[in-house]
Design a protein around this ligand. Structure first.
Ligand SMILES: *Cc1c(COP(=O)(O)O)cnc(C)c1O
Length: 410
């Protein structure tokens, strides 16, 4: 979370100046691609509509999916209608960074957090009658008012009121003078599930999204009779890509906004396939070069041996940056437009690569570990496949030691 201090010390120009490099590894965020993704999503969700406009909420929780909470919000504020965060702390960071847009806190709060949520003018998620009472009591005691969104549980069984209790909760909420009811929302269990994707663990089937929507809609219809301009929202990235009847008044695509299509783009509209692009590139540098003899063990425990005399380069990134140990002997890097496999164990701060006698690399060379160098690419998907996880987890796993640096296409 707190890579802010790093980022404050570095901008892209500083980065290129010797003396200002505090760390060789960094994450480059392509602002041009990012903004283009947001514009494309807005066009996509609005292209069939004439008389109303679907709003765009950008989830920036978990350090903006690893893209840097503050920088992401500052760079995107003019292109989104709403931000969403997971908790009070993330909301405070945004407000203290000067963000003026509405910010919805998705998570459930504890009583101690109510004062902060109101003080920082964050939209509060009301996910139960008890929580509604807590906030209402706090507001009455302190003569305050607050903005709220009501959370309906249509199947996640995470937070939110069941549709059966929703009507009573809504009636209670509309009696509270201190509440400004801004929105009502729910969340999908598996909106990226497509029936032809055989990789999926089939504990649910693709019909669940429409089932959830049909649980949600009667509640939306009820509340709209009380307040027609309430913002109803349910669509995450999967729903934006696959279920156009879920857009309602606002969409909340996270991973799609950051440039990744569910199911690698399978059965997704050509417009999104052509316009959505990742903006995240993980880079480091060659910091050491040597020639070693045949049969030399490399790194801790000598989990790699050279077959012949060869060239070994050392790259300044390791698991202390969040580049995971499990990528030892299988992760890939790009140096001078060529892909290599990591040799031996990844260390906390460094890793080694056997580039062979026929290839060259020099100290200071750029190394790409996720993303493109020229036309050669290591996709985030390929890295998460190697780690048997999802791309979301990889994006969230880079530590605060790595600065996030925003660049724009020239
Ligand atoms: C994280 C989150 C989203 C965005 O999900 P994506 O799959 O990244 O689109 C939307 N809504 C809620 C409530 C979330 O927690």
């Amino acid at each position: 979370m707190n890579n802010t201090n790093f980022v404050e010390l570095l901008d892209y120009k500083d980065y290129n100046m010797a003396g200002n490099q505090t760390h060789n590894a960094f994450i480059e965020i392509n602002k041009t691609n990012f903004i283009n993704n947001l514009i494309s999503i807005k066009k996509f969700v609005n292209h069939k509509l004439t008389n109303k406009k679907v709003l765009l909420c950008l989830p920036v929780k978990a350090n903006a999916y690893g893209h840097d909470l503050i920088k992401t919000a500052i760079h995107t504020e003019n292109y989104v209608d709403y931000f969403a965060v997971a908790n009070l702390e993330e909301g405070i960071i945004l407000r203290r960074s000067g963000i003026k847009k509405s910010i919805l806190v998705f998570g459930a709060f504890t009583e101690a957090q109510i004062a902060g949520l109101i003080k920082y003018e964050l939209d509060i998620t009301i996910s139960s009658l008890h929580k509604a009472q807590l906030v209402a009591d706090f507001c009455v005691r302190n003569n305050l008012s607050c903005k709220i969104h009501i959370k309906i549980d249509t199947g996640m069984n995470r937070i939110g009121v069941k549709t059966t209790s929703a009507f009573a909760l809504i009636d209670f909420i509309f009696k509270q003078a201190s509440f400004e009811v801004v929105g009502i929302y729910s969340h999908f269990v598996a909106s990226d599930l497509i029936s032809s994707n055989h990789d999926y663990d089939k504990t649910v089937d693709a019909t669940i999204t429409q089932q959830q929507l049909s649980l949600f809609m009667p509640v939306v219809d009820y509340i709209k009779k009380l307040k027609p301009n309430i913002i109803a929202h349910i669509a995450n990235s999967g729903a934006v890509c696959y279920h156009d009847n879920t857009y309602l008044d606002m969409v909340r695509p996270g991973i799609l906004s950051y440039g990744y299509l569910p199911n690698n783009g399978m059965h997704i509209d050509k417009y999104l396939q052509n316009n959505i692009k990742p903006c995240f590139t993980l880079k480091s540098k060659v910091v050491y070069f040597k020639v070693v003899a045949a049969n030399s063990g490399i790194s801790y425990n000598h989990e790699y041996y050279t077959k012949e005399q060869t060239r070994i380069v050392t790259i300044a990134i390791g698991y202390g940056d969040g580049y995971r140990l499990q990528l030892s002997n299988c992760g890939e890097v790009i140096i001078r437009g060529k892909k290599y496999t990591i040799s031996g164990r990844i260390c906390m701060d460094m890793l080694m690569v056997d580039i062979g006698m026929q290839n060259s690399a020099y100290v200071g060379d750029e190394v790409v570990l996720i993303g493109k160098q020229g036309n050669v690419e290591i996709t985030l998907q390929s890295v998460s496949d190697k780690l048997h996880t999802i791309i979301y987890e990889i994006l969230c796993s880079f530590t605060s030691r790595i600065p996030r640096i925003y660049i724009e296409n020239q």
